[in-house]
Design a protein around this ligand. Structure first.
Ligand code: AMP
Length: 382
């Protein structure tokens, strides 16, 4: 296939898309404001700002279709590009997913359960809504937040001033939203794909564990009752169909006492779907490319059980993972930096207990017992 896919954003998600596209014979053009974007070594990279219309026009002229590895590309740049070249997912879907308030309003319209939420424009509104929702609750920026950034957890009335001091200045730039706190037992995500022809497929629901708002580990399939599993996938389908979505996306949900509550959607391939590279018939990266190119979607059937571990800050020693029969290593080639996602590992096994044993071993050898513990617990208690 002598087609060229343009990707706005050149991070690890773009890098894994390029790797998945190579066997399909695809070519790539990447676009990122950072000259050291980690997908740069794999394909030609345009280094320019996301609102640089001249650079965007030159980029559009080189590609057959444009997609994203980053959801905060200005939606008007995406819309402007869409007048020149097909852009998937549709910029209108990107615009909804970029704003927590529009996203949550959409979930509500579609009858998807979710925590209490309110648009917040002043300190007084914050105080009133915090009292109405009850404490704890979470103040978040509506736009431009990710991985737990731009959030303040209010635990007592005394925190209202502190939360306003921390985020009040953002009210004009990003907007603010207050959310009721969900005392969930589990966090899960649906990673799903919708084709240009409306075909829809979802991978088995994934269980996720976050540390300081950042994904630490994922296990698939998640431990969920069949009805919850079906409900989660049904919600994802409802959102995708409403938005006329094309490509892969993730819907993150809290699971509390058997009830699922939607948190947010990511309009792109997702960290909680990295296990699909080795753990399913077709990876999220390949299916995203198939979707945006209008090709038939691949099966999302998974093979056994899989666990993904994120590496933050710096890469650990690869030997303990590579020493496992089912261990797979992904080094994004990034410079180490505190909290930065620099790579991940996936371990897979047909047998949940054997996978738990392998994870325990890796945790011990890397001195990361805390990181593997929740995944081991989930695999042992299926
Ligand atoms: P987010 O950026 O909204 O995905 O938030 C990052 C993480 O913070 C989530 O994965 C949860 O672990 C936690 N979190 C966010 N919103 C809530 C909420 N309303 N209730 C409880 N925990 C939350």
């Amino acid at each position: 296939m002598s087609l060229t896919v343009g990707i706005l954003g050149g991070g690890q998600l773009a890098r894994m898309m390029v790797l998945a596209g190579a066997p399909l014979g695809l070519r790539f053009e990447l676009y990122d404001p950072a000259a050291d974007a980690c997908s740069g070594p794999l394909a030609p990279l345009t280094v320019a700002a996301f609102d640089d219309r001249k650079a965007l026009a030159e980029f559009a002229a080189k590609v057959d279709v444009v997609t994203f590895d980053f959801e905060n590309v200005p939606a008007d740049s995406a819309q402007w590009l869409a007048d020149q070249v097909p852009v998937y997912p549709p910029p209108s879907a990107l615009a909804v997913a970029q704003d927590r308030l529009s996203e949550k309003t959409l979930f509500q319209q579609l009858g998807i359960p979710l925590p209490a939420f309110a648009d917040i424009r002043s300190r007084d509104e914050l105080a009133a809504k915090a009292t109405e929702f009850g404490l704890p609750c979470i103040l978040k920026t509506r736009r431009l937040g990710y991985d737990g950034k731009g959030q303040f957890r209010l635990r007592s009335e005394a925190d209202i001033d502190a939360a306003w001091d921390a985020l009040g200045a953002q009210v004009e730039r990003t907007g603010l939203i207050l959310e009721g706190f969900v005392a969930f037992q589990r966090e899960v995500s649906v990673v799903a794909v919708r084709g240009r022809d409306g075909s829809f497929r979802a991978w088995p629901v994934t269980g996720n564990w976050h540390v300081d708002g950042v994904l630490s580990a994922s296990v698939a399939p998640a431990v969920l009752a069949d009805a919850e599993h079906e409900a989660a996938i049904g919600y994802a389908r409802r959102v995708a169909e409403h938005l006329g979505y094309v490509g892969v996306f993730a819907l993150e949900l809290f699971c509390r006492d058997g009830e699922l509550l939607a948190n947010e959607m990511a309009p792109r391939v997702h960290n909680s779907g990295h296990w699909t590279i080795e753990g399913s018939e077709t990876s999220q990266f390949e299916n995203h490319l198939r979707a945006v190119l209008g090709l038939p979607l691949g099966s999302t059937r998974m093979l056994g059980h899989a666990c993904m571990l994120n590496w933050l800050g710096a890469m650990p020693d690869p030997a303990p993972v590579l020493g496992q029969a089912s261990g797979h290593w992904h080094d994004y080639g990034k410079q180490p930096r505190d909290g930065r996602k620099v790579g991940h590992a996936t371990l897979r096994d047909d047998d949940a207990d054997a996978l738990a044993d392998a994870l325990l071993q890796v945790g011990l050898e890397l001195d990361r017992q805390d990181q593997v513990a929740p995944a081991v617990h989930a695999l042992r208690n299926r």
